[in-house]
Write a protein that binds this ligand. Structure first.
Ligand SMILES: Cc1cc2nc3c(=O)[nH]c(=O)nc-3n(C[C@H](O)[C@H](O)[C@H](O)COP(=O)(O)O)c2cc1C
Length: 351
């Protein structure tokens, strides 16, 4: 099973609360987290891209760093860990992106990965004029497909001519080509999102609060990869926030304490923005408000033994990797490394 950290590229990470650890995203913080993850033998770190936060008293996600340049900085100070950066295809021309990732792969000595986020947040993308219009809700994966086709062609052949609905390339040249095939991942969870993952991506990132849903996504992906060209099969990495402590009771009380401070105004804005955007994003936001209260991600809560058992359950349901977040990215990642990691039996690829 692969382990990764979803880096704190936004303030306060994936918890929308006044009583969780409060921090701003800095290179220094992300570097410390990445070096700990690398020393623990994690396979990868991953950063998302956000342009517009949700306000409230905690200024939730109003502060964020850029994903690709953060990874370029991390590439220079790490040695083994893979580095996934995210792009919204409406914000970056594919020829520019192809070259940026070739450069990132060169700086890191072959450790770069690309996550494509099709972009669903009209307020966010419209704020700087890169929302293509309301038809984008239904066409976002068509645009993403064209974008990926161009990027992959440039990586493979170093030049591309293309006349599509969204992009036009007129014998664009991008040399050098990367020294290896740069992995692509996608977190689309709608049927069309999964289809694009199956066609273009090596790993599909999913949000699966329970094992039944994990099994459903794993089987949809299996079906898709059988019908599409991606015959190598596909990995499925699930996103969780780990709240671990010495005992189950202690861990649960940390969750309750954080929930008591939920930033209701920021959560309300998040729900308002996702309404109608994409079925899955909408459902996720409502879950934050109604079920998980203050937590973006599904939770794994408990003692080290409980956490390891829950992770094994998801693994048995088709999850091949875990993308982890923590309330405190330093102390809690270290605790995970000391107490939970030894309980997980992992087939680690030789470094
Ligand atoms: C691990 C993970 C990372 C994501 N990163 C981003 C991101 O950086 N920017 C973004 O706008 N959306 C991001 N998303 C949202 C997805 O791109 C996607 O819109 C969402 O999972 C819903 O799927 P759908 O668009 O197919 O309905 C992410 C989702 C997941 C699970």
């Amino acid at each position: 099973v692969d382990l990764g950290v979803f880096l704190p590229i936004t303030n306060n990470g994936w918890i929308c609360s006044k009583t969780s650890p409060q921090f701003k995203p800095t290179f220094d913080l992300n570097k410390r987290v990445t070096l700990i993850a690398e020393s623990l033998g994690f396979e990868f770190v991953f950063s998302m891209v956000r342009w517009r936060g949700y306000g409230g008293e905690t200024e939730h996600w109003d502060h964020s760093l850029d994903s690709i340049s953060l990874m370029a900085g991390l590439a220079a100070v790490t040695e083994t860990i893979d580095l996934y950066a995210t792009v919204h295809p409406t914000t970056l021309n594919p020829a520019v992106a192809a070259k940026m990732f070739t450069t990132l792969d060169d700086i890191s000595g072959g450790r770069a990965g690309l996550n494509i986020a099709s972009g669903w947040d009209k307020v966010e993308l419209d704020s700087f004029g890169v929302w293509p219009g309301d038809e984008h809700y239904s066409e976002r994966y068509d645009l993403a497909e064209e974008w990926l086709h161009i990027v992959k062609t440039l990586w493979e052949h170093g030049r591309c001519s293309f006349a599509g609905k969204y992009f036009r390339m007129n014998d664009v040249v991008s040399l050098p080509t990367p020294r290896r095939r740069i992995p692509v991942v996608n977190a689309g969870m709608s049927p069309r999102g999964l289809e694009v993952s199956a066609k273009f991506a090596d790993t599909s990132f999913v949000v699966v609060p329970d094992e039944d849903l994990a099994r459903q996504f794993a089987s949809s992906l299996r079906e898709q990869t059988q019908t599409d060209s991606n015959s190598a099969g596909m990995k499925m990495t699930a996103l969780f926030t780990i709240v671990a402590a010495k005992t189950d009771e202690e861990a649960q009380s940390i969750v309750e304490h954080i929930r008591a401070g939920a930033d209701a105004d920021a959560i309300a804005e998040l729900v308002r923005r996702t309404s109608g955007a994409s079925v899955t994003s909408d459902a996720l936001a409502k879950m934050i408000l109604e079920k998980r209260r203050a937590f973006h991600c599904p939770l794994l809560v408990g003692s080290p033994e409980s956490i390891a058992e829950q992770m094994r359950g998801f693994e048995a349901s088709g999850v091949t990797g875990f993308l982890l977040t923590f309330p405190d990215f330093i102390a809690d990642l270290e605790f995970f490394g000391e107490e939970v990691l030894p309980l997980l039996e992992r087939d680690r690829a030789p470094v």
